[in-house]
Design a protein around this ligand. Sequence first.
Ligand SMILES: *Cc1c(COP(=O)(O)O)cnc(C)c1O
Length: 373
Amino acid sequence: MTNADLFRNKFYPEIKKKMWNDWHWQLTHRLTGFSEIARILDLSDEEKKALEQQDAFPTAITPYYASLLNASVALRKTMLPSLKEKILSLGETNDPLGEEPCEVCEGLIHRYPDRVLFLTTQYCSAYCRYCTRSRLVGRHGDRPVTEGSKQRWENAFNYIASHREIRDVLVSGGDPLTMSDETIDYLLSRLRAIKHVEMIRVGSKVPAVLPMRITPNLMKIVRKYHPVFFSLHFTHPDEMTPETAKACERIANAGIPSGSQTVLLKGVNDDADVLKKLMHELLKVRVRPYYLFQCDPIAGSMHFRVPVAKGIDLINALRGHTSGYAVPTYAIDIPGGGGKIIINDQRCLGRDGDFLLLKNFENNVWRYPDPEI
Ligand SMILES: *Cc1c(COP(=O)(O)O)cnc(C)c1O
């Protein structure tokens, strides 16, 4: 019996395994309110208070993901609201990335020369408390996509079709994989029909929070539109259950290369051993660590933010100490629209005549011949 089976028997005794593994059932039974959550999780007084004082950014947790939260203090912090969210700290805003000025039509962000970010839905199966787009997501009802948003997509398709420099479309949201098979098929077919779009990327947290969504039929649909890449959001090794591992393997077996994106979070994953374990678990199921992000300064997120100097230390604890494939790129998405900037420790210490002085992973300094011409 898996952890999820034990949890289901305890809290949903009337629900058969087949129903539990139906992703629609998971979505319609998300835990959103105080009483639903309190029935399942042992809440502290502070957690109770925060749940009772919720504002516009909703709480939603799939029953599957809730099955991990009694045992994982780390994951629990990412899903349950905190009273600290009410504190507004230095530089925090509702649109920290300054996406709105780069919005060329509703939901389409064109900041970089050859690629666009396409926000297709504002719905997620579970809401992360540190969400960069908490200004947008989860506020428009309980349905992934309405007819209104499909109308809106037409403008995005037209823009992409008329800008031949766009060779990479990043489909995100919200979580696009919460949409129906038919809608995903339609969306990918429209993007694939644009000749200059070389690659399509889909950003999703579904393999971690709703792994049963990765069905054979979904994989059959996606693989019609290759090359399609997945950018998957993972936070902590506690997420790597047998269900999630199977979802990632299905993705790889469908020929979809996937990378992981992790947000560095205080008290959740700001630890070298935790990060290393997460990256190793991901590689085992053929997900390549891609980005480690500094937590964006959204309003009320100070309690999650890790000093950049510590982030650099954490990356240094990986680089050279484990497979290069296990080392993600540490990046800050600069508030106000500066875009992603890669943060690296200074490895080049200067010159000694015709030699560069370089520091290796053991912090020894080496001389490398590099004469100035
Ligand atoms: C992150 C991001 C991308 C993709 O960046 P990559 O470094 O290519 O992964 C594209 N557009 C926007 C607006 C983004 O924020």
